[in-house]
Design a protein around this ligand. Structure first.
Ligand SMILES: [Fe+2]
Length: 288
């Protein structure tokens, strides 16, 4: 998968607001991801762990804290990572080389299926826009084929630069993407999208993650929850993507503020030796 492919997908994202990378994960990788999700959900069920809020059967968050294999597959994919770097990087982030990620993950990694009634057209970026720069990109690793009957994702091509919220009547302009297991779908968070109904409530698994420019607020405090055993095995890029290079500093006396820090844009030198979970564990605050 060469540079040309990355440029082509980057261009699709800019021109159409979405792209489909065909056969981006091998059948072996897809199977392994599905097996790991099954183990995670079985353990959650056995332990009666209820997410808050209860997402019912169609979304389960926090997979990045459960499977290092899945975390690395999502955060270090050889095609996805350079496309995100092209589109989400702040070009004036001086502490990190421009060809390395300075963006971060918004909400960790979740496993998702499609609800029976379908999902109405909406945007994920909270506000619409018309500029050429996205600030949120959604990545979906397709684990089971999607078709017209099991809740395929739908998008309205080019709507990402409309500067408008989606309205029900735009549904007529939407196309069903119907991707296959192994494909990766990416879209600009501003695009009008939803899903078709999943009439028979069939399993239609995807692994999903949102990625944002470094200065936006993530939904979860991802550095706080990553197990230290995982943290020790992360690359510098993966630590940046989790948010370790752009923390909220305590105040102007925070010792992590260094000469290389530029308006909150820090480099690899502020990474802690251990993740916060290590210190909670040592203090006996954690149950495992
Ligand atoms: Fe959405």
């Amino acid at each position: 998968m060469g540079k040309i492919k990355i440029e082509e997908h980057t261009k699709n994202m800019i021109d159409n607001g979405y792209t489909i990378i065909r056969a981006a994960n091998s059948p072996g990788v897809v199977d392994k991801i599905k097996r790991e999700i099954k183990i995670i959900s079985d353990v959650k069920q056995a332990d009666n762990i209820q997410e808050s809020p209860d997402w019912g059967s169609h979304s389960s968050f926090g997979i990045q804290n459960e499977s290092l294999f899945i975390l690395k597959t999502m955060f270090s994919h050889p095609v996805v990572k350079p496309i995100l770097t092209n589109l989400l990087n702040d070009p004036w982030y001086r502490a990190i080389e421009s060809n390395r990620p300075n963006y971060k993950c918004r909400n960790g990694i979740r496993a998702q299926t499609a609800p029976k009634e379908g999902v109405h057209l909406h945007i994920d970026s909270f506000i619409p826009g018309s500029g050429k720069r996205p600030w949120l990109i959604q990545v979906f690793m397709i684990l089971e084929d999607q078709d017209e009957s099991n809740g395929s994702a739908i998008v309205v091509p080019k709507s990402h630069r409309s500067d408008e919220y989606a309205k029900p009547e735009h549904r007529e302009e939407a196309i069903a993407l119907c991707p296959n297991a192994g494909d990766i779908v990416m879209w600009d968070g501003r695009i009008w999208h939803g899903t078709l109904p999943n009439i028979d409530c069939k399993s239609r698994l995807v692994l999903a993650s949102g990625f944002i420019s470094w200065f936006l607020k993530p939904h979860f405090n991802l550095p706080n929850s990553i197990p230290d055993a995982f943290y020790q095995k992360l690359t510098d890029d993966e630590k940046v993507i989790l948010g370790f290079a752009s923390p909220i500093f305590r105040d102007e006396f925070d010792s992590r503020i260094t000469p290389t820090t530029h308006n909150g844009r820090s480099g690899y030198d502020i990474f802690p030796t251990h993740a916060p979970s290590y210190y909670r564990q040592s203090a006996g605050f954690e149950y495992d």
